[in-house]
Ligand binder design. Sequence first.
Ligand SMILES: Nc1ncnc2c1ncn2[C@@H]1O[C@H](COP(=O)(O)OP(=O)(O)OP(=O)(O)O)[C@@H](O)[C@H]1O
Ligand SMILES: [Mg+2]
Length: 255
Amino acid sequence: MSPVLEVEGLCKSYGGVRAVDGVSFSVPAGQVRALIGPNGAGKTTCFQLISGFLPPDGGRVRFRGADITGRSPQQIVRLGLARTFQHCAVFSSMTVRENVQMALLAADRGGFAPWGSFARRNRERARELLVLVGLADHDDQPAHNLPFADLKRLEVAIALAHKPALLLLDEPTAGMALGERFALMELLLDLRRRLGVALLFTEHDLEVVFRFAEWVMVMDRGRLVAEGPPAAVRTDPTVRDVYLGDAPTSLPARG
Ligand SMILES: Nc1ncnc2c1ncn2[C@@H]1O[C@H](COP(=O)(O)OP(=O)(O)OP(=O)(O)O)[C@@H](O)[C@H]1O
Ligand SMILES: [Mg+2]
């Protein structure tokens, strides 16, 4: 399978801190991949660099074969590389459907259609996306009424407005109960099956990682220190050292 994302020698420093220090990897189209590592390892910074929210000090990012290094977040998302954030990003006073409609408007910028048919189509597509993420029954509610787990689903629907080939999800299940975590991951895998979208997610809960990821990358102090299928990463002594410190027995068995 050809890669949807290729990252080569990516670097970013804050003062003396090398937040991302020469990271290279590539993600095949349609793959579900986790990026894990302890707090401060550089996972979020990596996502910021890939999605254009931060300029890298060095290195390249290629998406579907095109060099996107240094492009703006808006340009990148329109190419089909969308993301969700470590802290939910929705318009809380708008309704659930309006949030998705706004995203569709942004995604359709530059398109042309008579306003009536455009507005109708926009509403229909918002509805389709809300059905996909399981929020169709909440479309008229203000977003701030949604429970936390549903807010994350809304954020995913907003990201899908751009018809992404790759979705970056920064700690999508943070702050959720275990049942909700699994339900969100099941939803994401279902989206992958239906839409073919590749998923790259960060996650601190290793039970979620080893249950859902097809490939796992491990970061520590800005560097990628291991990657491979979950079974190999789980037993990698380097990973046990950097990620689990002195508690190696807490790695969960495969679900
Ligand atoms: N805006 C910033 N200014 C200065 N230092 C920063 C900034 N953002 C991140 N850092 C530093 O860069 C390093 C990597 O941080 P980053 O947020 O990417 O880690 P992370 O792996 O996402 O951590 P977490 O699991 O806690 O979310 C850390 O040492 C952090 O303190
Ligand atoms: Mg982070």
